[in-house]
Design a protein around this ligand. Structure first.
Ligand SMILES: C[S@@+](CC[C@H](N)C(=O)[O-])C[C@H]1O[C@@H](n2cnc3c(N)ncnc32)[C@H](O)[C@@H]1O
Length: 330
């Protein structure tokens, strides 16, 4: 197989490269540039044995900043819909995603935290009311100086608003994503087959919401495994006995996340792709990643002697993915 095929720059190139007489060969072992929905629409039916992907998470990364929440839902739903056609019967689609732990919702009642263990000023409401009674004409600033505290403390105590949290910012809530994926997959005729947890390391730096709340830091993601109805050949020889016990049959996978983000903002670890590909496909199978990013799935697929198809909207990442996959030895 040729691995130095030209990079497709746009959808027109994708259309030109498609030959109905040799559909698979035209699509295989390439990173295609374009919107995943459009590229998938151009693909022949029933060529994919395994799909593994991690979409934008709607958490404000550079590559998703242009999306509204509705756009984001349309994107993920649309990609799932197209999968139902390009997958073979009995094939799996594995989606790696996290819940949105800090989903901005302007309609949510403000959540304000009274951080009782971290109060800076010992000044009480009674102190403020007493000072006000004694000096009825004193400004907030003057009262603050008299009592040796901040103006904000005077205001909070006087207004009985003894809580912290900026008034200007909208409330944030936790938004679970799995139910949406399941609904969109069902619409497309794909069934939830399995669910696993990827337990990574705790992301203290990214979890600003935990410090003044009872909320946990971000330290796990989900793998939702969907099945297109059809026969699944169960081959216990795909893994060694110890591997079945260690991870193949286990619901929680402990894998450290990628620490650097110099080449891409959100790479998932090669080990994650390796486990999914080894568990759910055979050598020679076609593995697709419609949000290929830095090319983790395609590089690992090639290393494991699978054929690959990558799709990426941004040309800079498509080039990166192609280069990374080309140098991977198989
Ligand atoms: C979470 S990242 C995937 C990272 C990848 N798993 C890796 O290990 O590098 C999502 C990727 O999807 C790409 N993307 C966003 N919208 C897209 C779309 N409509 N079609 C195709 N790719 C898209 C982004 O540019 C980004 O590279």
């Amino acid at each position: 197989m040729s691995l130095d095929m030209p990079l497709l720059d746009n959808i027109a190139d994708v259309v030109l490269s498609y030959r109905p007489s040799s559909p698979s060969n035209t699509w295989l072992n390439k990173i295609h540039v374009g919107d995943a929905r459009t590229v998938l629409q151009l693909m022949p039916s029933g060529i994919v044995d395994l799909s593994f992907w991690s979409p934008p998470y709607f958490v404000g990364k550079e590559y998703e900043a242009h999306l509204t929440f509705q756009d984001w839902q349309n994107l993920v739903r649309g990609v799932i819909k197209e999968h139902a056609r390009v997958m073979k019967e009995g094939a799996f689609m594995v989606i790696n995603i996290a819940d949105i732990l800090c989903f901005v919702d302007p309609d949510m009642p403000r959540y304000m935290a009274n951080n009782v263990s971290n109060k800076k000023s010992p000044v009480t409401r009674e102190d403020v009311l007493r000072a006000k009674k004694k000096h009825p004409k004193a400004s907030r600033d003057e009262l603050a100086r008299m009592l040796g505290c901040s103006e904000q403390t005077i205001q909070r105590r006087a207004e009985h608003n003894n809580v912290r949290g900026g008034k200007g910012t909208a409330g944030t809530r936790v938004l679970l994503i799995g139910g949406m994926l399941q609904d969109w997959a069902m619409e497309a005729g794909l069934y939830l087959y399995d669910h696993r947890i990827w337990h990574k390391d705790p992301c203290w730096a990214n979890s600003r919401w935990h410090s003044n709340s009872y909320r946990a830091v971000d330290e796990f993601e989900h793998l939702y495994i969907f099945w297109k109805p059809g026969i699944v050949d169960v081959d216990r020889d795909r893994l060694r006995k110890g591997e079945w016990a260690e991870w193949g049959s286990r619901g929680v996978w402990n894998i450290r996340s990628v620490q650097r983000n110099s080449r891409h903002e959100c790479e998932f670890p090669e080990m994650l792709a390796e486990r999914v590909i080894r568990l759910l496909s055979d050598k020679g199978d076609v593995v697709i990643d419609p949000f290929v990013g830095s090319g983790t799935t395609t590089a690992v697929a090639r290393k494991l002697k699978r054929k690959y198809i990558g799709i990426e909207r941004l040309k800079k990442y498509a080039k990166l993915a192609q280069a990374r996959t080309n140098v991977t030895s198989n």
